[in-house]
Ligand binder design. Sequence first.
Ligand SMILES: Nc1ncnc2c1ncn2[C@@H]1O[C@H](COP(=O)(O)OP(=O)(O)O)[C@@H](O)[C@H]1O
Ligand SMILES: [Mg+2]
Length: 226
Amino acid sequence: MSVLRTKGLKKCYGKGENTVSALDGVDLNIEQGEFVAIVGTSGSGKSTLLHMLGGLDRPTSGTVEVEGKNIFEFDDEELTIFRRRKIGFIFQNYNLIPILNAYENIILPIELDGNKVDKRYVNSVISVLGIESKIRNYPNNLSGGQQQRVAIARALATRPAIILADEPTGNLDSKTSLDVLGLLKTTGQRFNQTIVMITHNEEIAQMADRTIRIEDGKIMNKAVKD
Ligand SMILES: Nc1ncnc2c1ncn2[C@@H]1O[C@H](COP(=O)(O)OP(=O)(O)O)[C@@H](O)[C@H]1O
Ligand SMILES: [Mg+2]
């Protein structure tokens, strides 16, 4: 079943002479449960694509369908609720809330949606990520790698249907990166989650079912990994 589909997706930033075409007609189809890596040079449009897939920003033209529904027909409030329920984001710069400790950050999306925290599951995620001793720390008392793990735990905590990750292991050493990716992949398989991940790391891209290469806002290949 198709979970994410884009048609003719375009995104321009700026106006007039200063217009930058970040996405230039992207057609993409991602199946439920697929683990897709997006690769491409800096400035090729990877983050812009991820933001569109998750409804964080509206395209200039074209559509994004999630489970068959055009998400840009939602108004801003509906889009916020949609994101909270369906999507787990892992941002490059973590986006942790500074006045909340690590644990409060992790469970925030669950509480915002008015749901009860499944403590056993959340604790197992915290344990696999190796941050048990840090969960009472505030973000400014965590290293970059630790903040990244908290951000990953937060994305997994709600068991979203789709996880969108922008360089999720960019700040971790290579062994931890592979461990964290292993965890993402395992939980993805267990809960039939779809994972779309931007990475520069070839070894990590190899763990995906499929690699999508993007250049100048266009998809260059859609080959299934052999
Ligand atoms: N908010 C923005 N305003 C103006 N230009 C932007 C903005 N975000 C991205 N761009 C431009 O769009 C292009 C694609 O950027 P981005 O999607 O961040 O690429 P990548 O993540 O592959 O490095 C780049 O030329 C970048 O400078
Ligand atoms: Mg980027």
